[in-house]
Write a protein that binds this ligand. Sequence first.
Ligand code: DLL
Length: 433
Amino acid sequence: MIYNDEFETLPREALQALQLKRLRQAVRRVYHTVGFYRQAFDNAGVTPDDIKTISDIQKLPFTMKEDLKDNYPFGLFAVPMSNIVRLHASSGTTGKSTVVGYTKRDIETWSELMARSFVAAGLTQNDIIHNAYGYGLFTGGLGTHYGAEKLGASVIPMSGGNTKKQLMILQDFGPTTLCCTPSYALYLAEEGEGMGIDMRSLKLRTGIFGAEPWSEDTRQEIEERFGITALDIYGLSDIMGPGIAIECKEGRNGLHVFEDHFIVETINQETGAVVPPGEEGELVFTSLTKEAFPLIRYRSRDISRLIKEPCICGRTHRKIARITGRSDDMLIIKGVNVFPAQIEGVLADIEGLEPHYELIADREGKMDTLEIRVEVSEKIFSDEVRVLQNIEKRIAEDVKDYLGVTVKVKLVGSKTLKRFEGKAQRVIDKRQI
Ligand code: DLL
């Protein structure tokens, strides 16, 4: 089944013609409404009239995460606030990062793309969707919610956390679909099995998992433990949220990008040159229809490759391979994006700490953990245990307040952490995806 037959199966030529028309409109709009783009295009010596073919997109400059941060919170919006009906943010809960806005039509588009995603995953209006993505500034919860309603399915707005209750609802309400991060799915299975619940006997048939990298092995494990079909969904708040790309049930080797709304390119991370389909590179997205927060050639930092081969499902939209990693140091801890620099900022505000720290990401059971090891002066280190505990507590509280993640903190003596001659490597990621 296909949700929007007209657009999802457009012959490639017609699709490209539509993309070009929309690209030209989008470029013209941002040039005239967003000061940042006018300046960036002027600096690059390019005007909207230079876009005559799709490959002319390569004349346009990239937009970076830093550009979004520099224009925090609303500097890149292309419509007045009175036209914005929703705001979301990526990363953490209160940490300053990037803010995205949506007009009414943007929300409608996003809901449709999520509804398309659900249908690609084999869902119909008869499905009951257990939505355990977090509701709030994070796009996972509300994006999934609106898409489920658009499809006409029944949605259970569980949000994240409260695992015992989630397990009770999974048994009592009989949802047919589970939406959450893959690591939370495994945690649910572990807790459920621990409580003697036969997870395979639940009514669940499908799982739609994303917001963090995961592997084929994890897919297999989830499928076996729940007895479901597990599909990969991709997106980033900066571009829109979940629903930028989804695996279809029929293909299951790569995720269709909804190309009538986005142009996807892959580039060499170092040179910025576009690499041919099939070759690995950083994904770059251009939004074609977004009103409130259009983005031109946005560097996602996610690494993948474009799949050339057509899909058996009938969708003509090109697929990207499963995301294999990121080209920056961003960590995803229980679905929350964490940049080491943000933690460094928190540490810098606390007295008595030395500027040497390490971040250790790991898993306890199936849940991500993050430990901060930070050096303190000899004087403090030889102080009473209580003093050290108070500092550890303060760091953990500040990180929780600022970034919304729970961390373990360990103070260590001066000069005990590794030193680096070149670029410091502060992150040790022990997780296997
Ligand atoms: O994670 C949006 C989302 C919600 C996607 C629910 C899927 C499901 P952000 O918080 O802005 O938005 O984080 C975006 O998460 O750049 C990737 O690095 C990573 N990511 C998202 N989906 C996948 C996936 C949401 N399927 C960042 N596989 C992105 C690997 C993913 N990484």
